[in-house]
Design a protein around this ligand. Structure first.
Ligand code: DGL
Length: 273
């Protein structure tokens, strides 16, 4: 069982990709909607939330954790890996690998990152990019207004377009060739972001990279796969409908977004975890 968490619906972009590329693996999702956004909070507070979220997922039977939240991964990954013995996959490492490979191939080695304030201020992406590609120039842009707009379901509103334009203008001036969507909420705005930054800029989606990273991990960890297969033999066959989605609060806009992300009706289970 794979446990995935985020501050809200953002991590569902990761969960939905995991369903597509590893449909045989059962998922448990936790969206800490009651505390969203994480990205405007202190590193200490985010770490506290991340610990509670992991404890909850482990109690429910998760054997591998995906931190589908850049803000939590950027601020807390080292502490969490030291504290928990389960494998923890994060959104940042895989994303950096894809972005640096991309920019090295006939591109100008100028990478932009958009993310929450916590993610950008942590310097985590920049540090990892420089380790992999010292010649790369890195330009981070905090986008604190995007998560609330997305959680509100304002994916095509004029106001959202204006905010996207405002945040991307400095990155256009830096002539980046690669843009990291350093927040798992942002794939919901890909259409606006790509249009504004220009078709020539390669977008790297942290939700896709995290899901790919899980697949490689499972391919190399037969014991986790075989546990899942054993359960399948002894019980009902696994169907996507069996994946469970817990949230710390439910609102109509959240329900609508969850259904949109998965393309089906998602049963959101409220828990006080
Ligand atoms: N989706 C999250 C991230 O990747 C969290 C955003 C937030 O709650 O601020 O950073």
């Amino acid at each position: 069982m794979i446990g995935i968490f985020d501050s809200g619906v953002g991590g569902m972009t990761v969960a939905s990709t995991v369903e597509q590329i590893c449909p045989q693996i059962p998922l448990l999702y936790f969206g800490d909607v009651a505390h969203t956004p994480y990205g405007s909070k202190s590193a200490e507070t985010i770490l506290g939330y991340a610990r509670c979220n992991i404890d909850f997922l482990l109690e429910q039977g998760a054997k591998v954790i995906i931190i589908a939240c850049n803000s939590a991964a950027a601020t807390s990954i080292q502490t969490l890996r030291a504290e928990y013995s389960v494998p923890i996959i994060d959104v940042i490492t895989a994303t950096v690998s894809k972005a640096t490979e991309g920019t090295k191939k006939n591109r100008n080695r100028r990478i932009g990152i958009i993310g929450t304030r916590a993610t950008i201020q942590s310097g985590s992406y920049e540090e990892q990019i420089k380790q992999r590609c010292p010649a790369c120039h890195v330009y981070g842009q905090e986008c604190p207004l995007l998560v609330p707009l997305i959680e509100e379901g304002w994916l095509n509103h004029r106001e959202t377009k204006m905010v996207v334009r405002r945040y991307l203008t400095p990155l256009r001036q830096h002539q980046i060739d690669t843009l990291i969507l350093g927040c798992t909420h942002y794939p919901l705005l890909t259409h606006l972001i790509q249009k504004r930054i220009g078709r020539q800029v390669q977008l790297v989606d942290s939700s896709i990279e995290a899901a790919q990273c899980l697949k490689s991990f499972l391919d190399n960890s037969p014991e986790i796969i075989s546990n899942t297969r054993e359960k399948k033999k002894n019980s009902q066959p696994h169907h996507l409908e069996k994946n469970r989605f817990f949230v710390s609060d439910v609102t109509p806009s959240l329900q609508k977004l969850a259904n949109k992300i998965f393309g089906r009706n998602i049963n959101l289970i409220k828990t006080d975890a």
